[in-house]
Design a protein around this ligand. Sequence first.
Ligand code: MSP
Length: 637
Amino acid sequence: MSKSFYITTPIYYVNDMPHIGHIYTTVMADILARYHRLLGDDVRFLTGSDEHGQKIERSAAAQGIKPVELADKVVARYHHLWKVLNISHDDFIRTTEDRHKAAVHEMVKRITANDDIYSGEFTGWYCAGAEAFVPDSKVKDGKDLETGYPVERLSESSYFFRLSNYQEPLLEWYRNNPECIQPKSRYNEVVSFVEGGLKDLSISRNTISWGVPFPDDPKHIVYVWLDALTNYISALGFGSDDTKLFDEHWPASTHLVGKDILRFHCVYWPAFLMAAGLPLPKQIFGHGWWMRDDAKMSKSLGNVVRPDALLERFGADPLRYFLAREMSFGQDSSFSDQAFIERFNSDLANALGNTASRTLAMAGRYLDSKVPAPTKDGPVPEAAVTAVTKTMALMDELKPQRALEATWQLLTVINQYIQESQPWTLAKKGDEGVALLKTVLYTSLEGLRIASLLIEPFMPETAKKLRAQLGAADLPVDLKDATTWGLLPEGAVMPETEALFPRVDIKKFLKELEEEPVKPTAKAEKQADDMIDIEDFMKVKLKGGIVKEAVRVPKSKKLIKMQVDLNEAELRQIVAGIGAAYEPEDLVGRRIVVVANLKPAKLMGVESQGMLLASSLDGAPNLLAPDGEVPPGTGVR
Ligand code: MSP
């Protein structure tokens, strides 16, 4: 029976649209899940959404919708993104599902039966932004020093978890399982925190309603972290009649989390599990933080990297590659468009794409695109064995960045081998030359096939495309015998295809990005918070209009060009970044509201003579429309 490999991502809050930081955790989990599938392991890969708590309740109230409506909207966005990014999760758990609530109840019941829950009175600083009570030492000027969110003094009757009982058992667990928290620096951080002493934990709230009610005392809502952490077992059927998945896959092999939520996973979660009499996860990996151009990414600074433009332009694989290659797993890293393109050009267009296309071009010219007889020559076969061994060892050690370096080493060797053997001169050197030419090309093609297996977990689409180009589309894809040389069969036909990664002109690309609709900057957001006089507002000419024509702006998925009737001599051309949420054909005939006296601006080279009004939940647009059939050109106040 194959070995279970159960990997999880944190479940994402639904008060924010996904950005590069959220995507990172899931992409890395996907890479590890795919890698273990190629090893033949029995993989279970879970992701999901964390939908309860005051933060979500407040965000929804601010938008005038119910929490579940907000959750549905953001969850739909996650589902879409995971599809576009080729995420191969087996399940997506939502904490609002019944199966999850049943598991939370079962946890509370078990912990109560173990006499680890008691009722009392809690008073403290609560940070709704972080969903946690904050120690007095971490509060200054009414703010949580760590997150910057405001705190409020709360006093309420509450259920408590006897976390203090678990200081010694936790320390013993860490001592006996030195690998359980990775990387080592995070292990040390957690151990010293627990050595500093643990206080009992308030695990219920009775002043909010959006959550899982306490079994037998529904006025109380289960503390969000006890609720959220339980997702890792509720998705396996814990607390239901069917515990097959739980029996097969628990304990988890790896909980992948950002360093900010390490304590919840390495202290609270194992303590809850011990109290419930359940086995502990084998490993928790705390990865680093993505910054933007060396600054911390934050919604309020307006410097959060959303993945849309990159995915639209390049598809999933270059972004997956960049995230895995650029960040040393466990440390912080900075995202910049320039770094993305430089890596794209050097590693993908050049090292991988060019090596493949020059080999394939020669196979087309000299061998009529048919694979010659298996053979081996020069340094490539040995480099292939080294690359496989090293890549796999580094993946096992959770060092995907270094694993990619090891794989790329093989590409360098293939490229140098071609350069030195000069196959293009061999064709003219009689039978002996042609025989050598076939040897050089087979060796290079087979080296590329082996590289495609190592690339598979990181860039599944590219790996598949490459194998198809090599005539190896039907060969088994697994890593168990990746070192076996000579599997590319003689006579296989290499179909003609386009380059894997056409080079990108950096300057042109960065300029195009600048022309994307401008995102609010920190300054603009700040100004937006300031008050304006009515005179300022009156300067804005708002008019009702009707969309007459709408088409997409070429090469952009977001921009739509519209001709709008404002009851003027001519239709107005308005370009708006609403294409991810609206189809052009759905817009024609719609009544909208337009800022009619905005200076014309160019978006991706197309002039926009105004702006339409839309509400925006983190970039997802929602058109504002007059209530009723207001004639075009009517002023709006
Ligand atoms: N809901 C909790 C997790 C509960 S798990 C039982 C939560 N959600 S979150 O949406 O705020 O964050 C989810 C993950 O995204 C965390 O692992 C967090 O570290 C990660 N990231 C969010 N921003 C990030 C960066 N800028 N860089 C890297 N990852 C970061 O926390």
